[in-house]
Design a protein around this ligand. Structure first.
Ligand SMILES: [Fe+2]
Length: 398
């Protein structure tokens, strides 16, 4: 019994610390430096907790009846032990949600096509601490990107404005983190795979780079996409902590359309659409209010974080594209994603989610600052948006 309580305490304490890490990384109120300190303290606490409990193991539980061992523990330690054991309900809840819906949403792809990065080489990428980590974990997937093909059917009033014969095809890229690891050849392989597909629009949902001096190289790599379709972008938290105005200006100068805090109407081969961009909470304001706009055009929101879901719902968006969470970085068997910087925790770590008439696609991202991924490969997505054939064409009002 005591062993079970101790094991539950370790599990519950770990889950609680991970929850705190996820939620403190979702806010713009804390500086990156503070977030890093909190994360490192909590990770250290996870490691220390079993030793803390072991320190009260005298005399050993095996030498004393369980009740007596408990009684000889200081009252505060007893409370901590039982309190943290109760927190084991957190991973239990995650497992229940992951098994019930999350796994299906996470894996909601028509196809997942591996992108060969063979000619990208691995040696130049394996430098520094990320390289060490990459080597240390043999199943690390940070160099194994996939092109996922996903499709959704929109049912709202906007469905009538999308051609029934020609679905809208959006190439969704997110979280490039173009800062040296993996190297440029990795990204070239991803772009080449994208160019094998047909698309009407390119949407880049933030975290372009942590090194502003890399922007010219990134723009050059992305140039072939611009020859194929309109390219729109917003910035993410990593861009905001870098030099956001300089990154924004460089991208605009190169021909990318900045929709951060703005909205644009576009004519696509599938029909007219409205695209808005949100960099909230890092940009303090959302794009202009659409709640009173009864125009039936399909509304697409590019946002960096899935935490904008409720805003998108209030504003009558039909489709949201987001990133930021990197799929949870590590997806444990049975339990699901782990590290997901969101106020929803791991709930929207990656995948396709529907709430009412609103669809949200959360990308696992192409790159990442952290060099460990497991059962969570980097992705670029071709999202097909088709209208529900049952929606009458010629309706009035949203
Ligand atoms: Fe990111």
């Amino acid at each position: 019994m005591i062993v079970i309580v101790v094991v539950l305490s370790i599990i519950g304490h770990t889950a609680f610390c991970v929850e705190l890490i996820n939620r403190t990384h979702a806010t713009a109120r804390l500086t990156h430096h503070t977030q890093k300190i909190i994360r490192n303290v909590l990770l250290l606490q996870i490691l220390v907790w079993p030793f803390f409990l072991a320190a009260f193991r005298t005399p050993a539980p095996s030498l004393l009846p369980a009740a007596e061992w408990l009684q000889q523990l200081p009252a505060m330690v007893q409370q901590l032990l039982y309190g943290t054991a109760l927190l084991a309900l957190i991973p239990l809840h995650h497992t229940w949600r992951w098994q019930r819906r999350g796994k299906r949403q996470f894996l909601a792809a028509v196809a997942s096509l591996p992108i060969s990065t063979e000619h990208a080489g691995t040696t130049p990428d394996l430098r520094g601490t990320p390289g060490l980590l990459g080597r240390a974990f043999p199943w690390n997937e940070i160099w194994s990107p996939v092109l996922t093909l996903k499709s959704i059917v929109v049912t709202g009033p906007a469905a009538a404005t999308i051609s029934p014969d020609r679905a809208l095809r959006i190439l969704h890229l997110s979280d490039l983190h173009f800062d040296g690891t993996p190297g440029p050849e990795y990204y070239r392989s991803v772009i080449e795979a994208c160019l094998q597909q047909e698309f009407d629009l390119v949407a880049l949902t933030g975290d372009l780079t942590d090194r502003h001096d890399q922007i010219p190289h990134l723009i050059e790599l992305l140039r072939p996409l611009q020859d194929r379709a309109p390219c729109l972008f917003i910035l993410g938290n990593h861009d905001w902590r870098n030099e956001p105005q300089a990154i924004r200006a460089s991208m605009q100068h190169a021909g990318w359309v900045d929709v951060g805090g703005k909205q644009r109407r576009l004519q696509t081969p599938a029909g007219p659409i409205l695209v808005a961009g949100s960099e909230f909470p890092w940009m303090p304001q959302h794009p202009p209010d659409l709640s009173a706009d009864d125009n039936d055009t399909l509304r697409l929101l590019l946002t960096h974080t899935p935490d904008d879901l409720s805003f998108a719902s209030r504003q009558g968006f039909d489709v949201v594209l987001a990133g930021h969470t990197h799929g949870g970085h590590v997806v444990l068997p049975v339990l699901g994603p782990v590290f997901s910087p969101s106020r929803y925790g791991v709930r929207f770590a990656a995948g396709l989610f529907q709430t009412g008439q609103l669809w949200m696609h959360v990308s696992r991202g192409v790159g990442g600052m952290h060099s460990l991924r497991w059962r969570c490969p980097p992705e670029v997505t071709l999202l097909t948006v088709a209208p529900d054939s049952r929606v009458s064409r010629g309706h009035t009002g949203r």
